[in-house]
Structures are given as structure tokens and as C-alpha cells.
Design a protein around this ligand. Structure first.
Ligand SMILES: NC(=O)c1ccc[n+]([C@@H]2O[C@H](COP(=O)([O-])OP(=O)(O)OC[C@H]3O[C@@H](n4cnc5c(N)ncnc54)[C@H](O)[C@@H]3O)[C@@H](O)[C@H]2O)c1
Length: 261
């Protein structure tokens, strides 16, 4: 097969992006708009149903296809209902982007002091939530002859330096496990680990004067801060046929923060 630039397009595909309806300028919104521009019909899923509606509205206003679904990904029943809504609207799902997460909620609290209820909530969203979505949507991908799953990690997990990082490492474990188990179903499972992204949530967590940003400035090879749109190219590689032979991998998009051998 000869390479064509059109392999980066996802025309006719159906994508679910979780956490795509959040705080204003979010990474999930950039992912949803990017997938729609590349040709996919998008299910914009978020706990914040109103925010999801706004992003789906943006896609439709630009001539794309989208529906909004208000969903709490920690609830298996709610996620199953979302999967059914996706199927009813577009016939089935090919692409799942597990982007929803709790990030700002724990801040930089020392692990030893974090109330265990808060840890349980973090794991319920960042890990179990992603697994719930995979369990609900992989059957649809199998029916359609394959699919793509992309899990959203973080540079802050390499190595983990907070309980948030620990939850993202668990999601990395889910990525490699599912990559092995779903490969023969032609389902690629990969991850993106962004650096310090200037989404509204990122700005809230890491203001210019934060010690974390100072630390990054001393270590990052290229540029510490990026915009949500700067992650979309990596997402399209992993969601399109351009990435058909890539599975089980983590793509670091972070200006050279985490550089691994
Ligand atoms: N901003 C950064 O610097 C940065 C860096 C690395 C990784 N990330 C990751 O990127 C992703 C998006 O981050 P963001 O900066 O856009 O933050 P964000 O807070 O805007 O996005 C998270 C979204 O998840 C949704 N959500 C939370 N709990 C949910 C639940 N139970 N069910 C459904 N949706 C739920 C929120 O409503 C929100 O819209 C997250 O996975 C985050 O961990 C962000």
C-alpha cells in the first residue's frame, strides 16, 4: 500500500470523547473539534451536560456531526446508556478517547494526607471510568471490524509524583493490557501524555508563579507550555489509519519534558 496523506482523516468514523464539555478552553474540546474537522461524527461526553452541548453545537455549526451526552463515567449504567445513544445516533463507535479526569481536585496535597475518600473518587474517574467506557464500547468496535482507543495520561506520571500521577500510571497499565488483549480484534490502544497545557484547568492548577512551572523551566528541553490544539496532531495519528500499526505506546507531547530512551 502506498502512503497517502488522507490516511490521517477519519471520514465516516464515529468517535466518543469523554471530558469534552468542560471548563471553556479544554483539551477534550480541542480533541472533539479536531476529530470532527478530520471527518468523524463525535459524541461529546461529559459530566457537564451543558458544556457538552456547547461543544457539540460548535461542531454542528461548523458543518460537522455531533451529539452531546451528559454522563458520569463512574456509573456503569450511565456509560452503557451513552454507548446506546452513540449507536442510535450514528450506528456504532470506532474511536474512544478516554480524556475525562479529575486533575485540579487534589492539587499538590501530600499523598500521606489525602483523605482516602478523595483517592477513591480519583481512581473511580481516572481509572475505573476509562475501563467502564472500554467495556461498553469495545463490543461496538468488534462489530465494526476494529477500532482505536486513546487514553489521556500526563507527563506528571513519568515518574508519578502525586496521587494524580499514580492514577495516570494505572491508566497506562490499562493501555498496555488492552493493547495486548485487543490487538487481534484490530483495536489499537495507545496513550498521549501531555506536558503543561494551557487549558483553563491547566492555568488554574499551574499559574505562572507556581514552583512546579519553575521546576519545568529548568528541565524541559524545548518549551514548557503548550496549547490544547498542539495535542490534536498526535491524536489524529493514533485515531486514524495512519497509525494502524501502532499499539501499546505512549506518545509524549510536552516540548521535551519526559524524554525516555
Ligand atoms: N491541562 C494540563 O496541563 C494537562 C496535562 C496533562 C494531562 N492532562 C489531562 O488532560 C485531560 C483534560 O484536561 P483539561 O486540562 O482539559 O481539564 P478539564 O478539567 O477541563 O477536563 C476534564 C473533564 O473531565 C470531566 N469529568 C470529570 N469527572 C467526570 C466524570 N465522572 N464523568 C464524565 N466527565 C467527567 C470534567 O467535567 C471536565 O470537562 C485530563 O485527563 C487531564 O488529566 C491535562
Amino acid at each position: 500500500m502506498t502512503f497517502s496523506i488522507d490516511q490521517y482523516r477519519v471520514d465516516g468514523k464515529v468517535a466518543v470523547v469523554t471530558g469534552a464539555g468542560g471548563r471553556g478552553n479544554s483539551i477534550g474540546r480541542a480533541y472533539a473539534l479536531g476529530l470532527a474537522k478530520a471527518g468523524a461524527a463525535v459524541v461529546v461526553a461529559d459530566l457537564n451536560a451543558e458544556g457538552a452541548q456547547a461543544v457539540a453545537g460548535e461542531i454542528v455549526a461548523a458543518g460537522g456531526k455531533a451529539i452531546a451526552v451528559g454522563v458520569d463515567i463512574t456509573s456503569q449504567d450511565a456509560v452503557r446508556a451513552m454507548a446506546q445513544q452513540a449507536k442510535d445516533a450514528f450506528g456504532g463507535v470506532d474511536i474512544l478517547v478516554n480524556n475525562a479526569a479529575l486533575m485540579v481536585e487534589l492539587g499538590y496535597q501530600p499523598a500521606i494526607e489525602v483523605p482516602i475518600e478523595d483517592w477513591n473518587k480519583l481512581v473511580a474517574v481516572n481509572v475505573t471510568g476509562a475501563l467502564n467506557c472500554c467495556q461498553a464500547l469495545v463490543p461496538q468496535m468488534r462489530e465494526r471490524g476494529g477500532g482505536k482507543i486513546v487514553n489521556q495520561l500526563s507527563g506528571g506520571a513519568f515518574p508519578a509524583q502525586s496521587l494524580y500521577g499514580v492514577s495516570k500510571l494505572a491508566l497506562l497499565g490499562l493501555t498496555t493490557t488492552l493493547a495486548r488483549q485487543l490487538g487481534r480484534d484490530k483495536i489499537n490502544v495507545n496513550a498521549i501524555a501531555p506536558g503543561n497545557v494551557m487549558s483553563d484547568a491547566g492555568k488554574l492548577l499551574t499559574p505562572d508563579e507556581s514552583p512546579f512551572v519553575k521546576l519545568l523551566e529548568a528541565t524541559v528541553a524545548m518549551r514548557v507550555r503548550g496549547e490544547p490544539d498542539e495535542l490534536v496532531g498526535a491524536l489524529l495519528l493514533l485515531c486514524s489509519s495512519a497509525g494502524d500499526w501502532i499499539t501499546g505506546q505512549t506518545l509524549h507531547v510536552d516540548g521535551g519534558w519526559v524524554i525516555r530512551p
